[in-house]
Design a protein around this ligand. Structure first.
Ligand code: G6P
Length: 288
């Protein structure tokens, strides 16, 4: 059975051994196992903290949390009552349907619609869907945002907060050179990246602008490619030891085991006219 529903989550299984697990809570992808050229068995590609809450009590520290409609603390008046990174990562999504199930891949669609718990803090009409597609060496996650209003625009930010399992002391991310970025660990100073490849050996929280749609994340004997569509920005985050050890749900030393590479639309706000739909896509690929 390539799609299995177990209480609070669904598991996708590919005939070649790859698998993915999605919690209904936040539509958070909490596991992606796949083989690359060098491995004979599928191995875990995402990082989830051993101290992450997976019971819906708080957003998952790891995997691929969905950030909507604001990134970071709210800045837009429509978002004033929301908490950091919005509500999508801490609401239970609906499992809508299996979109595809064949040898090429298996794909499911979840959705999130207005409900009282959201209306209490956010009163704009919206429709969200999240389509997760697993193929042999690839995991694709598409966030659909629709504006069902007949009269007013929807203004939002959206981002996929992907925790890639990687040795933080050795990982390199490129190409970012020449790109402007907001350095959130230096008073939100606007800088221009001059490194050929960016590392996270020190506390890093940088929001890059106008990033190419293919990002290479590599380390000795490993790596993957992050491809994106309609997400102009990429945030690179790793808290390092000092800030990392202050995060309550971070496992000891967890910051050594991941880099967050987060495609998003987070500089300014995406404006969606009444009746319009926007899709932001991230594709994680091995063997490229
Ligand atoms: O602790 P969280 O709310 O999950 O946020 C974790 C991190 O998310 C993003 O990467 C932001 O750029 C960081 O500033 C933030 O610390």
């Amino acid at each position: 059975m390539p799609v299995e529903q177990i209480k609070d989550r669904i598991t996708l299984k590919h005939p070649d051994g790859a698998s993915a697990e999605i919690l209904f809570y936040g539509a958070t992808v909490v596991s992606w196992k796949a083989r690359d050229n060098t491995s004979s068995t599928p191995s875990e590609r995402l990082f989830v903290s051993g101290k992450a809450a997976l019971n819906g009590s708080k957003p998952v520290r790891g995997g691929i949390p969905v950030v909507f409609p604001c990134f970071g603390p709210p800045e837009h008046p429509d978002h004033a009552r929301l908490s950091q990174h919005g509500f999508a990562r801490n609401e239970v999504w609906n499992f809508e349907k299996i979109v595809m199930d064949n040898d090429a891949g298996v794909s499911v669609r979840l959705n999130l619609l207005p409900r009282p718990s959201i209306a209490a803090v956010y009163d704009k009409p919206f429709e969200l869907a999240f389509v997760v597609t697993l193929s042999e060496h690839q995991l694709s996650t598409d966030l659909h945002v629709a504006n069902p209003s007949r009269t007013s625009a929807l203004e939002f930010q959206a981002l996929l907060h992907t925790y890639i399992r990687a040795p933080a002391q050795e990982v390199l991310i490129q190409p970012l050179s020449g790109r402007r970025y907001v350095d959130k660990v230096d008073n939100a100073a606007i800088k221009e990246e001059n490194r050929g490849a960016v590392d996270v050996r020190h506390f890093t929280d940088s929001v890059y602008e106008e990033v190419p749609d293919k990002i290479i994340v590599s380390w000795p004997n490993g790596g993957l490619v992050v491809k994106k569509t309609n997400f102009p920005n990429v945030t690179i985050w790793n808290p390092g030891a000092e800030a990392g050890s202050r995060i309550g749900d971070m496992e000891p030393g967890g910051w050594e085991r991941f880099v967050c590479v987060e495609p998003g639309f987070v500089r300014g706000f995406k404006q969606l006219s009444p009746g319009e739909t926007w899709i932001g896509q991230q594709v994680l690929s091995l063997n490229e």
